[in-house]
Design a binder for this molecule. Structure first.
Ligand SMILES: *Cc1c(COP(=O)(O)O)cnc(C)c1O
Length: 392
């Protein structure tokens, strides 16, 4: 098991002894059900009727004119719940049901994954507990309220700094004591094996749809695919459709925060060092003593000090490149997409758009770039307003 779930030297299974059989049961169940006829049929039906898949691939004409090359947006902002997170929560929620579990637990930082899990808990009639740091509960009261409306219980986590990494630690601890009836629905393509593999699988619909849609629309593959990276699930989801197409450049954009040089940020791949967090070896933000750093950016959904193991390998092999966008660039990009297309992007997704703006004038006009628009920005309007008050 020690060598399972490895991406090069990354990933793996660095967990307390008690969790090993629990993760083995999960792995075994995933491989048993993911191609099971009933599971596949039910997932396809709910992906369509509940989540609203397939999502469109949209040619952003006015945004393209501005940057000087062709930009297509994969509209994950239109998935039920407002982000790609619903793909993963539906998939894992169904897996829990097929495994005979009756209760869901999940961690959440900004509240987006907690809310997506609460929705699935309601859909499937499962008792749902969401672990959330006390600092985050205070910062994200609207999402806390929405989770409760969907029938979930929100468990405040006092330890550490009361943020995402503390919530994950408590959820893992709770799970070991309640594994008989409880499924831990993990939120990104990170954490111990088998989560990176499971989450990639449920997010790979983004990549397979995009590949088919771009071929239908322009008759060839794109030159570049760009996605933001927090834990890495929306990025690995869209990248998965193009990993074997060596001519398609893959770019992941992390949160550089106020600036990589001075302020706090969340750029694990671009500035981190290899270490172990939440059961997996990966690039991590840590100080010289190996203490995990606090992260900070305008988009709470990218505030995770580690990153999924497959991205670490893709970085080392050079198959994908990782860059960071800073908050001011992100706010510019947010305003631009609203003005040019009438689409409010999530601040997380906006990091990918900020990278495109940095390429203005550098790519030729026939270059085709697909951006994964991972979520919608309605949740972020008050944050943007704080930084960029509107002039009358
Ligand atoms: C949570 C979130 C992210 C970051 O998570 P990944 O696992 O890196 O995809 C990105 N975009 C949106 C809209 C999110 O809600």
């Amino acid at each position: 098991m020690k060598y399972k779930g490895r991406f090069g030297d990354y990933g793996g299974f660095y967990v307390p002894e008690v969790l090993i059989p629990v993760l083995e049961e999960l792995e075994e169940a995933f491989y048993r059900f993911y191609q099971d006829e009933h599971f596949v049929t039910e997932l396809a039906q709910l992906s369509k009727d509940y989540n609203g898949r397939p999502t469109p691939l949209y040619y952003a004409r006015r945004f393209s004119e501005y940057v000087g090359f062709k930009v297509y947006l994969k509209r994950e902002d239109l998935v039920h719940g407002g982000a790609h997170k619903g793909n993963n929560t539906l998939g894992q929620g169904l897996l829990a049901k097929y495994m005979g579990k009756t209760k869901l637990i999940a961690e959440t930082g900004a509240g987006q994954h907690g809310l997506a899990t609460a929705m699935i808990g309601a859909l499937l009639g499962m008792e749902t507990k969401i672990f959330m740091g006390v600092t985050d509960i205070e910062r994200q009261s609207v999402n806390v309220h929405k989770m409760k409306l969907c029938g979930a219980e929100v468990i405040p986590v006092e330890g550490g700094t009361g943020t995402l990494k503390d919530a994950i630690n408590d959820a893992l601890r709770y799970w070991t004591a309640h594994v008989m009836d409880t499924f831990y629905l993990f939120g990104s393509a990170a954490g111990p094996h088998p989560y990176p593999t499971i989450v990639k699988y449920f997010q790979s619909c983004i990549g397979s749809e995009t590949r088919r849609q771009i071929l239908e629309q322009i008759g060839r593959l794109p030159d570049m695919v760009v996605a933001c990276v927090g834990g890495g699930s929306n990025a690995i989801g869209i990248f998965s459709g193009f990993l074997n197409d060596k001519d398609v450049k893959l770019i992941g954009v992390e949160a550089g925060g106020r600036s990589l040089a001075s302020g706090k940020h969340a750029a694990s791949l671009t500035t981190g060092r290899v270490g172990i967090l939440h059961g997996a070896k990966a690039y991590l933000l840590q100080d010289s003593e190996g203490q995990v750093n606090e992260t900070e950016s305008v988009s709470a959904g990218l505030d995770y000090p580690a990153v999924g193991p497959e991205h670490c390998l893709l970085k080392d092999t050079g198959r994908a490149q990782y860059v960071a966008a800073e908050d001011e660039q992100v706010l510019d990009a947010f305003e631009l997409l609203c003005k040019k297309e009438g689409i409010l992007p999530a601040l997380e997704s906006t990091h990918a758009l900020a990278y495109l703006i940095s390429q203005k004038g550098k790519l030729n006009s026939e270059t085709v770039v697909v951006v994964n628009l991972s979520g919608r920005g309605d949740k972020d309007v008050s944050i943007v307003e704080k930084h960029r008050p509107l002039k009358d």
